[in-house]
Write a protein that binds this ligand. Sequence first.
Ligand code: FNR
Ligand code: 8K6
Length: 348
Amino acid sequence: MTAYQPLFEPYRLNDRLTLANRIVMAPLTRSMAGPGLVPTRAMADYYGRRADAGLIVSEATIIRPDGQGYPDTPGIYSQAQIDGWKQVTAAVHRNGGKIFMQLWHVGRLAHSHFTGEQPVAPSAVAFEGTLPRMRELSYELPRELGREEIAQLVADYARAAENAIAAGFDGVEIHGANGYLIDQFLHHDTNHRADDYGRTPENMSRFALEVVDAVAARVGADRTAIRLTPGAYVHMQADARDRAVFDHLLGELERRELAYLHLGIFDDSLSFDFLGGRASEYLRRRYQGTLIGVGGLTPQTASEGLAQGRFELAAIGRPFIANPDYVRRVQQAEPLVEYHQDMLAELV
Ligand code: FNR
Ligand code: 8K6
């Protein structure tokens, strides 16, 4: 028996996928890929150790070279990367787990230091600031994407999804959160376009939905998921008009019967006036499909959220870095090791 029973009930995502419990390992960038941005043996071991989570979402993985904004983040566009990821998915499956790949393009948060090119974005609006841990580098002014380039990006997301399935993943999560490329289309701060990708909720949702539809057409809606940050709280400024964009987008997403919708936020105790409360509450009101809650959850608050129907699955980020055996510790009501950012230096 456990004090946190709701976390340990199996969950049927859809006809294809059933998860052993409600605990999701959140996507966590670790910047540990090898040369060529190829996943390593150490990464396979790291994910394999955490396979008792009901679902693992991989660290954000770039769909093509110009999507890179941090050092040594893995990719999914070369054969060597696909082969590297095969070791990871094999380790997770061998230990009885399931794993989705998070598909990433950072848009204006890319840097020529990594890519050799000017970053691309919906609009030519720079993020004010310096790169994390690389203070000598300021973010650059991005170039506005042309329409053919947008179509190419959509195709590149679909190709990346296909590569992820070839590498043995159980599905893909499109990274539409935290101020990266897709999120840049969804907020007025970063989307100043005058064409049919800008100005109105329908237009501003268009890129996200085109990516979702292209990925779902390639790998199946039941293996396609998306992560969203309706309250712009990181890498951009909130604008009350963004609410209408998410209202529209969520209605469209619900009709598509995806594997799940995942909130992207560091702290879900934050309240957003223009969303009428917490980001998770806003999503729940607008979306009746499977929702993953996240953001400072403890075993206690995660269990309560599940029991109250505020979300169906609970994602755990930093505690999973500090506790490879998070699931076992919670099940046995053992104390957890506290996360510290120095733990990012090593894959344990
Ligand atoms: C993150 N987070 C994150 N989110 C995401 O969508 N893709 C990613 O690659 C990363 N990378 C990442 C790295 C590190 C070091 C941290 C701490 C966080 C956010 C993460 O998935 C999660 O939403 C937050 O950490 C909040 O959950 P916890 O940590 O409070 O359980
Ligand atoms: C050895 C170097 C490891 C560096 C990796 C860190 C990169 C983490 C990027 C994830 C996103 C972070 C966003 C910052 C959020 C602030 C929250 C309020």
